[in-house]
Ligand binder design. Structure first.
Ligand code: ADP
Ligand code: ASP
Ligand code: MG
Length: 483
């Protein structure tokens, strides 16, 4: 079997849903399980209406709800025809009436818990998956809607729940395997799940990719396909650089780094289940289905460029702790990271000097408790509106002069860098800069390292660079008597 996941833009309206139907029809022999996101923009609307209700602005919340209702009802009509869509429309109305009650409750209490937020957020995927399944049936495929909340089991960490693999796999096998054996096409909502007690949870924004991988790992898929609105994983975000080129094949580790450091095309957790079960993941374009897309798999040959791709992660925060006590003292770093651990804060980049440590983390997190704890260790400063640029490529550390080129390009652009790290994985160089400089930095790097005329020049320059590195190594080994 295979998993085919379609993102928000791939199911944004009736035309897009039909296109998805044709793509799935072309794969029926491979026994697809289909995972879908909410229609484009719906999750954002749900967030906005929940927040409006929490502020007590119920008319504002209801206005958004009316728009969401109208959009779904229209698509149901267009997909099935007014006469055949009454059952689907009733299901939509029922779901949205329940949402209306929840919003009323939120407004009455003036309180929006993460658990209630998940209840609101889940509506988008519950609706889209029901609609896509009905659409497939109208197109002549034997399709069955499967509520993901019956098969994907998570902990109770609302809005960013973590899946429990054993329980999930067991339920997936029970619910989905018989459907595949009977030649049916199961359609599930991505992003949504439930705790063991059946309370609705979600996997974090963009989490439908992760759902697809969870389903793929649980059912031992031969491949996981992520269908989106670009031709594949590109050398950088095409919204920043329209010249970005598609990557044909990329390794799991390189793609994970890119996803983690901002390549939105893939949710960062997606590759964890895929790596565990060694399942290749393909990124494909639902508007251009003939394109072969990007294959992410265990081994990928180096692409012949210095770097495979560049990612940009905005919204980073830098926390620095300065303490003279750090000087020559042991145990300081342990105390620092224990504080991070206690507050469940994930550190992205770390750089240390003799008297200070700087750590980046997600700027959206509340860090007041963490900062209070860190103040026991030294003077703490918190800087927001930072971004991380991450350049990924095989074996960067073996390339003489590449890091120097990266930083001289930044200096040419008058771009001030705050922290620099060459990843222990030896496949990335990352640095922190002001958020407002992020796009400019990526454009400069992309122009130099990826755009055609420059790449040709670099390749000519690479040979002497390798020769000089070899000469240096020979010299060192001759001196140490190894040669
Ligand atoms: P979906 O709704 O299908 O999940 P997303 O909007 O989450 O789609 O992800 C696709 C978008 O990711 C693209 O439109 C593109 O702007 C952005 N993106 C960022 N970095 C990259 C990259 N390296 N390669 C491709 N797309 C990228
Ligand atoms: N609909 C959810 C979101 O917009 C999940 C997803 O699309 O992957 O974040
Ligand atoms: Mg996405």
């Amino acid at each position: 079997m295979i998993v085919m996941k379609f993102g928000g833009t791939s199911v944004e309206n009736e035309k897009a849903m039909r296109r998805v139907g044709e793509i799935v029809r072309g794969r029926l022999k491979q026994k697809p399980v289909v995972v879908v996101s909410a229609m484009a923009g719906i999750t954002d609307s749900l967030v906005a209406m929940a927040n409006s209700a929490a502020r007590g602005a119920l008319p504002e919340a209801f206005k958004l709800l009316r728009q969401v209702r109208q959009r779904h009802v229209n698509v149901a009509n267009e997909l099935l025809g007014a006469r055949n869509s009454s059952e689907l429309r009733a299901a939509i109305q029922q779901q949205l009436d329940a949402l209306q009650d929840v919003l009323r409750g939120v407004a009455a209490l003036g309180e929006l818990s993460a658990r209630t937020m998940d209840n609101v957020l889940a509506t988008g995927e519950v609706l889209s998956s029901q609609m896509v399944a009905a659409g497939f049936r109208a197109m002549g495929m034997e399709s069955v809607h499967v509520d993901s909340r019956r098969c994907v089991v998570t902990d109770g960490n609302h809005t960013k729940a973590v899946p429990l693999a054993d329980a999930t796999n067991e339920k997936l096998r029970q619910a989905v395997r018989p459907l595949l054996a009977a030649g049916k096409v199961p359609v599930m909502g991505g992003f949504i799940a439930a705790t063991e007690d059946g309370v609705t949870t979600t996997l974090g924004r963009g989490g439908s990719d992760f759902s697809a991988a969870i389903v793929g790992a649980g059912l031992q898929a031969r491949r996981i396909e992520i269908w989106t609105d670009v031709d594949g994983m590109m050398t950088t975000d095409p919204r920043i650089c329209p010249e970005a080129q598609k990557i044909d094949v990329i390794g799991f580790d390189e793609a994970s780094e890119l996803a983690y450091f901002g390549a939105k095309v893939l949710h960062p957790a997606t590759l964890i289940p895929a790596v565990e079960k060694d399942i290749p993941v393909y990124i494909l374009n639902s508007r251009n289905p003939r394109n072969k897309g990007t294959c992410i798999r265990r081994h990928a040959r180096p692409g012949g460029n210095f770097f495979r791709a560049i990612a940009l992660k905005k919204g980073a925060r830098v926390i620095s702790v300065r303490s003279p006590r750090m000087l020559m003292a042991h145990g300081f770093l342990r105390a620092l990271f224990e504080a991070f651990d206690r507050h469940a804060c994930v550190a992205d980049l770390v750089s240390t000097s003799e008297v200070s440590v700087s750590v980046t983390l997600d700027g959206a997190r509340d860090v007041s408790g963490l900062v209070r704890d860190l103040e026991k260790l030294g003077d703490v400063s918190v800087e927001d509106k930072k971004a991380i640029v991450c350049l990924v490529g095989e074996d960067i550390s073996g390339r003489v002069g590449v890091a120097a080129k990266v930083f001289s390009l930044m200096a040419e652009g008058n771009i001030n860098l705050h922290m620099i790290s060459q990843g222990a994985s030896e496949i990335n160089i990352s640095f922190v800069l002001e958020e407002r400089d992020g796009a400019d930095a990526v454009k400069r790097l992309h122009r130099h390292f990826f755009e055609r005329s420059n790449v040709a020049r670099q390749k000519r320059a690479a040979a002497p660079m390798r020769d000089s590195a070899l000469a240096l190594m020979n010299e060192v080994s001759a001196q140490s008597g190894v040669a």
